[in-house]
Design a binder for this molecule. Structure first.
Ligand SMILES: Cc1cc2nc3c(=O)[nH]c(=O)nc-3n(C[C@H](O)[C@H](O)[C@H](O)COP(=O)(O)OP(=O)(O)OC[C@H]3O[C@@H](n4cnc5c(N)ncnc54)[C@H](O)[C@@H]3O)c2cc1C
Length: 392
């Protein structure tokens, strides 16, 4: 009975937070969509302006929507993964680019690795939203397979010296510090891969160019040339950087599942209301079997996807390994969103392919999601490997 009560109150908490976030999305983020779409139409960076960001951050603080997955000792709410999935689903309904600070993946990587002094210097300001961070894993010749990375770190007295080149690094221009994955020693594959914290402005750490991507993303190519960092900036154990890096990727993969659900919810609502009022050949589109099947398939796949996301989140809350579930979600959710958004655009005809509706931006987001945090083909490979290994 006690267990039942605890579960009930957790569900109440989840529901309350989801409702609060839904209201925040409707009242604060949706009204910014017109400006975001306009910026995209003019080929500008569609990120929020500093002023828009400041207003939203102040509102989040006022509502307590801050550091949602940080522990209580950092002023965080330490919400369950299940609740966080509901939060992310709501955020996914809008193309206004916003996440509640701090961005979760690096928070989890830091929490799993920091020393006491790194905790004060990097984790606490990050958890409280004062500091921003980026992560540099991918290289020109090692993306889907990061164990092929060649960026090196060598010990020199009280310092590490990093040399190499990274690419596709998001948010690096805004980051106070970047987590850089580099190889120590002559090991192969995962051996020797180590995480280092490199602060903004460190000599030898240079941002070479900005690369505009679909969906308004901006990534960067960065170079490390004899970049010296203090010995205490190793994050975690030397040569053991792969596991905490995977942990942060898993956090993002589950978020991607929830964001895809949010995008599909919006697309399905738009598709249904348009199909009911648009008449062609004497009948509303909602009477056509083609459109009905799109609606039925979208609703069915969203139901399956939500169960997958919530199952993985529940397992994560129990401390279980969800690597395979995260891969399944990454593949299923992004492919579902690609299909549902395409059908929603088709239902709207010409209007669906304008830049006035949010659908094209959502479709671009879904497209990009099939590549970052591991391409679908690599996730399929990992899932199959595990199933084949388990099948005797
Ligand atoms: C918007 C965006 C933001 C990003 N942000 C960051 C960031 O902040 N930090 C960072 O480090 N990286 C970032 N990345 C990089 C991202 O993680 C890589 O792009 C991704 O891992 C794929 O690597 P790649 O582009 O080098 O493709 P490749 O490794 O060259 O792979 C190309 C294609 O080959 C196919 N392929 C690869 N391996 C296999 C296989 N085993 N079986 C079948 N097919 C396969 C897949 O179709 C894949 O798409 C970002 C990428 C994007 C698009």
């Amino acid at each position: 009975m006690a267990v039942l009560n605890e579960t009930d109150s957790m569900m109440d908490e989840s529901r309350m937070i989801q409702e609060l976030v839904a209201k925040f999305v409707d009242q604060e983020l949706m009204p910014l969509e017109a400006a975001v779409l306009e910026r995209e139409m003019q080929g500008k960076h569609l990120a929020l302006t500093k002023d828009e960001d400041a207003v939203l951050n102040a509102k989040c603080k006022e509502l307590g929507l801050w550091a949602l997955d940080a522990p209580e000792e950092f002023g965080g709410a330490k919400l369950s993964a299940v609740t966080l999935m509901a939060v992310n689903e709501e955020l996914g309904r809008t193309v206004t680019p916003f996440v509640f600070p701090p961005d979760s993946p690096n928070l989890h990587m830091l929490m799993a690795t920091v020393t006491d002094s790194q905790r004060k210097k990097y984790l606490e300001p990050y958890a409280s939203g004062e500091a921003k961070s980026a992560i540099a894993i991918s290289e020109p010749n090692a993306g889907a397979d990061p164990s092929g990375m060649i960026t090196r770190a060598e010990k020199d007295g009280d310092h590490w010296v990093i040399n190499g080149r990274k690419i596709w690094t998001s948010r690096v221009t805004a980051a106070d510090f970047t987590i850089v994955m580099a190889r120590v020693g002559a090991g192969k594959r995962h051996e020797g891969i180590t995480a280092f914290i490199v602060e903004k402005g460190t000599p030898g750490f240079e941002i070479l160019r900005e690369i505009p991507m679909l969906a308004g993303h901006r990534t960067y190519e960065v170079a490390f040339e004899d970049c010296r960092i203090p010995a205490e900036n190793v994050l975690g154990e030397i040569g053991a950087g792969f596991a905490p890096m995977q942990l942060r990727l898993i956090v993002r993969r589950l978020q991607i599942g929830a964001w895809c659900l949010g995008m599909c919810r919006r697309a399905l609502e738009m598709m249904c209301s348009h199909a009911k009022q648009r008449i062609t050949f004497g009948q509303p589109l909602s009477e056509r079997q083609a459109v009905q099947w799109w609606i039925a398939d979208a609703a069915t796949k969203m139901h399956a996807c939500r169960l997958m996301v919530m199952d993985a989140a529940r397992k994560q809350d129990l401390g279980q390994d969800v690597r395979v579930e995260a891969s399944m979600i990454k593949v299923y959710a992004t492919e579902m969103a690609t299909e549902v958004l395409d059908h929603a655009m088709q239902t709207f005809g010409a209007m669906g392919v304008t830049k006035e509706l949010p659908l094209h931006l959502m479709a671009q987001r879904a497209r990009v999601m099939r590549v970052y945090e591991g391409p679908s083909e690599v996730h399929r490979m990992s899932i199959a490997k595990k199933i084949l290994k388990d099948t005797r």
